[in-house]
Design a protein around this ligand. Sequence first.
Ligand SMILES: *Cc1c(COP(=O)(O)O)cnc(C)c1O
Length: 424
Amino acid sequence: MVKNHPQMMNNPHVTSPVGGFDVWRVRQEFPILKETVYGKPLVYLDSAATSQKPQRVMDAMSHFFLRENANVHRGVHYLSERATEAYENARVKVARFLNAKHANEIIFVRGTTEAVNLVAATFGKAQVGPGDEVLITAMEHHSNIVPWQMLCQEKGAHLRVTPINDAGELILSEMERLIGPKTKLVAVTHISNVLGTINPIQEIVKMAHAKGAPVFVDGAQAAPHLPIDVQALDCDFYAISGHKMYGPTGIGTLYGKREWLDAMPPYQGGGDMILSVSFEKTVYNKPPNKFEAGTPNMAGAVGMAAAIDFVMDVEHHSLVTHEHDVLAYGMAALSTFPGLRLIGTASAKSGVISFVLDDIHPHDIGTILDREGIAIRTGHHCAQPLMNRFGLPATARASLACYNTRHDIDALMAGLAKVREVFR
Ligand SMILES: *Cc1c(COP(=O)(O)O)cnc(C)c1O
């Protein structure tokens, strides 16, 4: 541990490094964290909605536009080859990040939402029929509910829901009971964006595979916080969003096991997803191109690759340790605040702290904190069925990333004291 780092003493936001993780140096990479809001230093506690971006992500994207921009896969000219190389290198980087067997198991999409819709439209179209079932859980984001619901409505299939306990953990015995011969897919989030619960994906996959059901994992919240190994998890699909993991918006990836990707019909039709086209017959390209119609988000892919470099450089393990330290500090602090109720107290938990405070509307909490420069999220967090499960219309949510510190929690506590004053 480094104590009294000379530069740290000048920075009011910084705590001592935990497990060799130098949060001060990490913060230097994020220019936006130097912003002030209403004259107060920004305290950004909304990374579960979108993370901030390190300078190197912006640099990589502008380098692409400045030096490499051209359309991919089509040109014989120099720049087109450079652009194709940059785009395909990004795919290889994602494959390594997720430990996929082959880069051609990685499909670029707009984000997790599009990844779910892609699987519903292709796998779902081919595999789900009348009377079949898709099993989700009570803690899913709307993105991992609505596309399955639409599919089930269209096909005359049924959506089943694994319940959770009061701590916000999946009831696995119920899940096992709900997986049957009609279950065509189990779709589950790796980490809940509201509760922070880390689900035991490996165990769930074993359980589902034992009954012949493939598993789709929503990894939007896991990618920035946990090392991911799709081969060890043995999941069939895994979706991530660039913007939740320090990358740009409008880009994300779907991992799919090669056997599934070969068997699935294409997603959208257009250029790049074909081998040959005539008015009588089109021969589709192989995965991943089969699922990437049209000119892709090349700069986005380059930015996402730079974000992965960032996460790998700060070293996932020490990042996890640091975030866990701030989370534990935050949970302990908030649990002592009079009238505050924590929503989501799973034993395996990532950096999301949801809470309600007496009967003060979360929107009012968020508005008062905003005047103190503190950014949190309030509302249903795209998980209305989960809110219903806890009998709440909304919560306040403080969510953490690698750049947050214990001082951010102290600022939140001071802000909540202000809220208390206003509503005395
Ligand atoms: C943000 C989020 C999504 C949706 O991701 P987009 O990037 O908005 O497509 C899905 N699931 C979870 C758990 C999320 O946090």
